[in-house]
Design a protein around this ligand. Structure first.
Ligand SMILES: Nc1ncnc2c1ncn2[C@@H]1O[C@H](COP(=O)(O)OP(=O)(O)OP(=O)(O)O)[C@@H](O)[C@H]1O
Ligand SMILES: [Mg+2]
Length: 420
């Protein structure tokens, strides 16, 4: 990290050289905490606890680093008004639903039709597809060191250590919300986290959960989590979480509330025995549209910005997309330089276009030739970063709606790139 003091830097080196030295590591953690690097301090304390699970000093430090009061009370939202987490619903409030959608749907739909999608009874073969433990690990994610460090500190380190999990069970519940411009690796990172945890991966787009029929969206949501519980350890990845944002949806507006509440119920149950081994990650391109009730402590309270790939990441991505194409004398270093700002998806598109150029050329001249730097550079010229519109929108949010420092990472990046 760039802003480390010289003392912290040399302690880091010392700790790297003697990873089993618990007092040394705790000293480093203490300094990190003092320097306001809470996440880094947690990560160090976690490793210390792995070496010495019973160490009182390590535990005390961890407690402080996590900002957990000695006897953690139920984490509570700071402001009262917005919808309190409702107790688990026992029945569906048809009356309220009817008034809510009265002007959108004719009354004959009031009864929740079962199996409208023709998929048969609920509860038969899994409706949601679970990928078995994948082979993608964080090490396969090229570059993006900061993202990896934060995932390690905020998510993996505490989870890996059963001692810690018991100690901080309450405060460790809840999930991680990945956000950032499209095509920059959110889904990829989430899959890698599942790989790290040795967990199955259940990826659902919130849009697929939503159903126009009253009551079905909640049932779908419940089924997603039931499936995950059956397949535990399992990472539930909720993509396009913003689809639940009440702000944007016009057609389904009030009915959405009950779906959000269902999700809250599932999330709030995440530390109960039934949810052992169920981890929740979510992603969105528009975090400012995500229902704030979902971001309260104990829910999706930790956020992680996934930015366009840095140089090592671009190299990894380009290497991957060129691996099965006929190329010659490709100077990856140069290509990485000229592709600054492109997303993973843009890079894939670039390789595709370069192949097309070479193919057309071969067809025109009648002599087959391989894909070379010429094609790749020409393709790169023709591509404008697809993330530009996202940054234009994000800029406004960073300037005017950075409540509670939620978008500090974004602000820092925009400043660094002189976009703010
Ligand atoms: N750091 C990386 N290393 C290797 N490959 C990467 C990296 N980042 C992204 N990719 C690749 O880029 C592509 C796009 O990533 P992904 O689909 O995860 O983006 P996303 O943020 O989920 O996009 P969307 O917002 O459209 O859902 C993937 O094919 C992934 O393999
Ligand atoms: Mg995605």
């Amino acid at each position: 990290m760039s802003d480390d003091s010289p003392l912290i830097q040399s302690l880091r080196t010392a700790v790297a050289a003697a990873p089993g030295d618990v007092p040394l590591r705790l000293h480093l953690a203490e300094l990190l905490l003092g320097a306001g690097q809470q996440d880094a301090a947690i990560a160090e304390a976690a490793v210390a606890l792995q070496h010495a699970p019973g160490d009182a000093q390590a535990r005390a430090l961890m407690t402080r680093a996590m900002g957990v009061p000695a006897q953690p009370p139920e984490p509570m939202p700071e402001q009262a008004p917005e919808p309190a987490p409702e107790p688990p619903r026992t029945g569906f409030d048809w009356k309220a639903a009817e008034t809510e959608v009265g002007d959108l749907l004719p009354p004959r739909f009031v009864e929740a039709p079962l199996a409208v999608d023709g998929s048969g009874d609920p509860g038969d073969a899994e409706a949601w597809e679970v990928e078995s433990t994948g082979t993608v690990r964080l090490a396969d994610v090229g570059g993006m060191q900061e993202v990896k460090d934060r995932i390690e500190a905020a998510f993996l380190a505490p989870l890996r250590n059963p001692e810690l999990r018991r100690l901080y069970g309450k405060s460790l519940r809840g999930g991680l919300l990945l956000y950032g411009p499209p095509g920059c690796g959110k889904t990829f990172v989430a899959r890698a986290v599942a790989g790290e945890l040795g967990a199955n991966f259940l990826s659902v787009s919130v849009n697929d959960v939503l159903d126009m029929w009253i009551g079905n969206s909640e049932r779908n949501m419940h089924q997603v989590f039931e499936t995950a519980r059956r397949q535990a350890p399992c990472v539930v990845f909720l993509d396009e979480l913003d689809a639940l944002g009440a702000k944007r949806s016009r057609t389904q507006n009030n009915g959405m509330r009950t779906t959000v509440n269902q999700l809250l119920t599932e999330l709030d149950g995440i530390d109960s025995a039934a949810n052992e081994g169920v981890f929740v990650l979510a992603a969105t391109n528009v975090p400012w549209d995500v229902d704030i009730a979902l971001r309260r402590p104990g829910r999706l309270d930790r956020t992680l910005l996934v930015l366009p790939p840095d140089a090592p990441a671009r190299e990894a991505i380009l290497r991957y997309h060129l691996s099965e194409r006929p190329i010659e004398s490709v100077d990856l270093g140069k290509l990485v330089k000229v592709t600054d700002g492109l997303s993973g998806a843009d890079l894939a598109h670039l390789c595709e276009s370069a192949a097309e150029l070479a193919l057309l050329d071969s067809a025109r001249t009648g002599t087959v030739r391989l894909i070379g730097m010429k094609d790749l550079l020409a393709a790169a010229k023709g591509i404008t970063p697809s993330t530009e519109p996202w940054f234009a929108a994000a800029r406004n949010v960073a300037m005017f709606a950075n409540e509670g420092g939620m978008y500090d990472d974004l602000v820092a990046y925009l400043k660094k790139r002189r976009k703010l």
